[in-house]
Design a protein around this ligand. Structure first.
Ligand SMILES: [Zn+2]
Length: 393
């Protein structure tokens, strides 16, 4: 993260961050008389403060101060400014497309190129509009910088590349450490990387979080924004924690589940867990999910309230009960494989115990996941699942 950005015209942006890299302050100096600063050198500001303007922006949690006075308060669905609430209408990537105020009037509309540059902006003269637009990230335009601040890194809006390398680049040799969303910004977002989010009402979030916690011997925390973190490595504010889990068992016995939960919540890809009728993991990109070291995040549907026939899953002893957390574990295994880019969609003919042993084409991915699922089940005290038999070819 840059401490100082020198512009060839003589302008400067200075930054202060906290230990985790979050921006605390930006000071922008704009000189009145343009000079020509050679590349690679740092110019000094003019001696007289009347020869430049200084704009100080302080980021205090969700409060933004400009030159010492409160300018706006960022809220989960919009912001507050001068006594007025503004709301965002977002698209599937979390881009702010429309801003409306609390009387329902449209303040601003935005459309974007895939890389994030705005085109056909409407009502740009509106002074209440905030520069939080594409992916909901702050666009820093001062002195012509035009970079979006994603927290861990920055990005120019015109190109889907980062200005700094990926901190997890060792895991992804085959893609450039500067590539944004593996070059696929139409389908993917990089919110701040590395997370599992639980979406849904309070009851669903709480139950699903408890299921995740039961899988793992590491204490987890659910943040108010739905993100799941390991409690011991969480460095944010405690006021952002909505729930803290409690570890059951002797703290060591859930080796496979602990590693699984750790892997998915510390990966650079994102899994969003939400309620659905079926239990399934859908990668954002099937191609990336099966491409080594590219991988894909995705959406994990998890039904923690099965009704009627219990899930239609058959155990080795003929029974059909399975705990919610083992079902979630199965889908998290799919998520892990998708993150790693090791999903194999090729099918083989099997006899599936869940379907009366009828011959049925099953993906290699499903076969491998069902087999590993029994390690998770044994840690959760569930009966082992009956495994499909591959038909002779
Ligand atoms: Zn599956």
């Amino acid at each position: 993260m840059p401490d100082q950005i020198q512009f060839i015209q003589g302008h400067k942006n200075l930054y202060t961050y906290d230990a985790a890299g979050k921006k605390l302050e930006a000071i922008n100096y704009t000189v009145r008389d343009i000079v020509n600063v050679p590349i690679g050198t740092i110019s000094t500001l003019p001696a007289s403060s009347s020869d430049y303007t200084k704009l100080t922006t302080d980021y205090v949690g969700n409060l933004i101060y400009e030159n010492g006075s409160l300018k706006e308060i960022l809220l989960p669905d919009g912001y507050w400014q001068n006594g007025v609430y503004y709301y965002y209408l977002k698209d599937h990537l979390g881009n702010n497309r429309v801003v409306i105020n609390n009387s329902g009037a449209v303040v601003e509309k935005s459309h974007y190129y895939p890389s994030g540059m705005r085109f056909y902006p409407e009502s740009t003269s509106n002074s209440a509009a905030l520069p939080y637009r594409y992916n909901g990230k702050e666009m820093e335009a001062m002195n012509g910088l035009n970079q979006m601040d994603y927290g861990a890194r920055r990005r120019y809006s015109g190109l889907p590349i980062w200005t700094g390398p990926d901190e997890l680049r060792e895991k992804y040799y085959s893609i450039s450490p500067y590539a944004y969303c593996a070059g696929n910004p139409v389908n993917a977002v990089d919110p701040d990387g590395r997370e599992v989010r639980i979406k849904g009402d309070e009851k669903y979030r709480k139950e699903t979080f408890n299921n995740l916690q039961q899988l793992s011997s590491s204490k987890l925390a659910l943040l108010k924004n739905g993100k799941v973190v390991e409690a011991s490595s969480y460095k944010g504010k405690s006021s952002q924690i909505s729930l803290t889990g409690s570890v059951t068992g002797n703290g060591k016995d859930k080796v496979n589940g602990t590693a699984l939960v750790h892997d998915v919540i510390s990966d650079k890809h994102t899994a969003t867990i939400q309620a659905g009728k079926e239990n399934e993991f859908n990668p954002t990109s099937q191609t990336n999910a099966s491409t080594a070291k590219v991988g894909s995040g995705g959406t994990l549907s998890f039904n923690n309230e099965p009704t009627g026939v219990v899930r239609g899953i058959v155990n080795q002893d003929g029974s059909d009960h399975v705990s919610d957390q083992s079902v979630l574990g199965h889908e998290l295994l799919h998520a892990r494989h998708s993150f790693q880019g090791t999903v194999n969609y090729k099918t083989v003919d099997v006899q599936d115990p869940d379907r009366n042993n009828w011959a049925f084409p099953m993906s290699r991915e499903e076969l491998r996941t069902r087999s590993f699922e029994n390690y998770i089940r044994s840690e959760q005290g569930d009966e082992p699942r009956a495994q499909p038999t591959i038909n002779n070819q």
